[in-house]
Design a protein around this ligand. Structure first.
Ligand code: DX5
Ligand code: ZN
Length: 221
């Protein structure tokens, strides 16, 4: 099985020093960068678009950039983010008129494709898509803001998704997003998660390397 990946969400970074912040978390041991795109339409907050993603690439960021689209409509953003240097792109199925088409656009653009499911979004959205997805992003808070508390019922959802993936026979990763901390990461991993997004837990601490090392310690169990 693939190793656990730690994906700091730059939503909680200091935007005035974004390039340095991304360098700092990568130097501190992060695996990939989680990039939360919000449009004040699908979610009640507004963040950043493809120009900021390409600015990070120009700055020299080599790690995978994991773009989480919380936007509606979805499709127009896919190609722009792929060109801007995204490695992985996920979107929320409720925000796309044609889910299969959006996934195809992501794959055609050469990126890994993920479906992002909110805490109350049913798993039936996966029914006809598991053969095409590279990962499933499970929201463990309602999307829109960093710093919220992990919704415990998500753990059961992780287990259910894990079963569906096992039945599909495919190597599809599960990513968890929202409220991940040092003190709950182990239980989340035990439920079957592969990729851990953490925003406030990392960026609100002075020593990024220390938090990431503590997370890895928990994961090593
Ligand atoms: C919420 C975002 C999350 C968020 C996670 O809409 O998708 O990525 O930044 O932040 P924390 O780790 O602070 O809950
Ligand atoms: Zn996110």
């Amino acid at each position: 099985m693939q190793p656990h990946l730690i994906a700091p969400s730059i939503l909680s970074a200091d935007f005035a020093r974004l390039g340095e912040e991304v360098d700092a978390v990568l130097d501190a041991g992060a695996d990939i960068i989680h990039f939360d795109v919000m449009d004040n339409h699908y979610v009640p907050n507004l963040t950043f678009g493809p120009m900021i993603c390409s600015a990070l690439r120009k700055h020299g960021v080599k790690a995978d950039i994991d773009v989480h689209l919380m936007v509606k409509p979805v499709d127009s953003m896919i190609e722009m983010f792929a060109e801007a240097g995204a490695s992985m792109i996920s979107f929320h199925p409720e925000a796309s008129e044609h889910i299969d088409r959006s996934v195809q656009l992501i794959k055609q653009a050469g990126c890994q494709a993920g479906l992002a499911l909110n805490p109350a979004t049913p798993l039936h959205y996966l029914d006809h898509m598991l053969d095409k997805l590279d990962y499933v992003l499970l929201m463990s808070v309602n999307p829109g803001f960093g710093g919220q508390s992990f919704i415990p019922s998500t753990l059961e959802k992780v287990a259910q998704v894990k079963k569906r993936i096992a039945a599909s026979g495919r190597n599809i990763r599960i990513e968890i997003d929202g409220g991940v901390k040092v003190d709950n990461i182990r239980a989340i991993a035990e439920a079957g998660v592969d990729i851990f997004v953490a925003g406030s837990a990392i960026f609100n601490q002075p020593d990024y390397a220390k938090v990431i090392a503590q997370m890895r310690e928990q994961l090593a169990g």
